[in-house]
Design a protein around this ligand. Structure first.
Ligand code: SF4
Ligand code: SF4
Length: 386
């Protein structure tokens, strides 16, 4: 793994990058235009009523169970300043940045982070305004409220939470680790923010709220951005969810890393080949956005985000196919570590992709069913009766 002075996306910047408005994300637009997220839930209920394979009531109950903490923490704690409970009047005096960074990272791992790094809060990656989706789930602000945090919170601690390899192999059937890791992200970021607030410093926990996770994670040295627009980490590939805490606690910045993703993605293209909604580009990078959901100023592979969300609606649950098929998504093991050494150095990339396919990595698992009759019957719940 190579540490670099500047994140690898820097070499593709062609102009000033305008800040993104959270109202322009596909999720927010989907809320405005007939609430696509609710339509996805309706399709989910139809799937479970009909007992569709991989989308039965057991599967839906699994992802709901995984999301429990996420929903609770998001609507009560994320996207707003964390208040200390006990230490409301004192502050740790002049903490040594190196020592306190080490301690904060230890606490982040203790609280559920698989990877953790620190970056400056780059205003380019902070949304200009709150959008519908994050307002709906966090209730931390009103739609259109401005977001200006870089000065009050000059540092961001970024955490990655690894999803399970076997669970991701189920996608586009229900894979519940996305939901579980959102819960872990919500729990970890809120809890770490409490730790910092109790030291007497400002802390703002968030998962998807406030800023663009992938860019912040790249700056914090957790990985690089891939063709599919997701963070690719060295240890887990793109099989992670991201959370963060913005703070004014003086910390030491981590250096970005170069693990060879940029060149590897130029030859691989598996995510674009297997994306069920044709949302991913298989051509050259461009700095021309498809639509309002992409920002200009950097050559990359812009995503047709609305196509992606439309597929989720049709599917009845979110999709992780682009994570599943990515060759960086591998369980840990000696062979995979050896192949990673080659991939990081951009040696034999075509052969790696070829054998990845030949050996059946990235294929959907056949093991989608539970050993139980999943037919449903109608019930009258007590809270639904007169
Ligand atoms: S989540 Fe699914 S539909 Fe969306 S870009 Fe990835 S593979 Fe395509
Ligand atoms: S599937 Fe291939 S092209 Fe797509 S992000 Fe992963 S490595 Fe890059």
């Amino acid at each position: 793994m190579k540490y670099v002075e500047e994140p690898t996306y820097t070499r593709f910047i062609t102009a000033d990058i305008p800040r993104c408005d959270d109202r322009n994300t596909a999720f927010s637009k989907g809320q405005r235009e007939g609430n696509k997220y609710s339509s996805m839930h309706e399709q989910c209920v139809e799937n479970l009523q009909k007992g569709r394979e991989g989308k039965t009531v057991i599967d839906a109950a699994t992802f709901s169970a995984g999301a429990t903490v996420d929903y609770l923490v998001r609507k009560n704690l994320l996207g707003r300043e964390m208040r200390p409970v006990y230490n409301t009047g004192h502050r740790l005096r002049s903490p040594d940045p190196e020592r306190i960074s080490r301690i904060v990272k230890e606490k982040a791992r203790w609280l559920g982070a698989d990877l953790v790094g620190v970056a400056e809060t780059d205003p380019r990656w902070i949304y200009t305004h709150w959008g519908e989706q994050n307002v709906r789930y966090s209730r931390a602000a009103e739609v259109g409220d401005p977001i200006e945090i870089a000065e009050q919170y000059p540092y961001v601690i970024v955490m990655a939470h690894a999803m399970g390899y076997e669970m991701v192999r189920r996608s586009p059937a229900v894979e519940a680790d996305t939901d579980l890791e959102y819960s872990r992200g919500a729990w970890s970021s809120a809890s770490l923010a409490t730790f910092i607030a109790e030291l007497g410093y400002r802390a703002l926990p968030a998962v998807n709220e406030i800023g663009i996770n992938v860019a912040l994670a790249v700056d914090a040295g957790l990985g690089e951005a891939g063709r599919h627009g997701l963070l690719i980490t060295r240890d887990y590939g793109p099989r992670v969810r991201i959370s963060k805490v913005f703070t004014n606690l003086p910390l030491v910045l981590d250096r970005p890393i170069d693990i060879g993703v940029q060149k590897f993605c130029e030859v691989c293209k598996l995510c674009s080949r297997y994306c069920p909604s044709n949302s991913l580009m298989n051509g050259e990078r461009t700095d021309q956005p498809w639509d309002v959901h992409n920002v200009p100023g950097m050559k990359k592979w812009p995503i047709k985000a609305m196509n992606c969300l439309d597929f989720w609606v049709k599917n009845g649950n979110h999709c992780s196919v682009c994570i599943r098929v990515c060759p960086w998504n591998k369980p840990d093991g000696l062979l995979h570590r050896l192949v990673r050494v080659l991939a990081e150095r951009n040696l034999m990339s075509r052969a790696i992709v070829y054998f990845d396919q030949l050996l059946g990595y990235g294929k959907q698992t056949r093991d989608l069913s539970y050993p139980i009759d999943s037919h449903m019957e109608r019930i009258q719940r007590a809270d639904q009766s007169d």
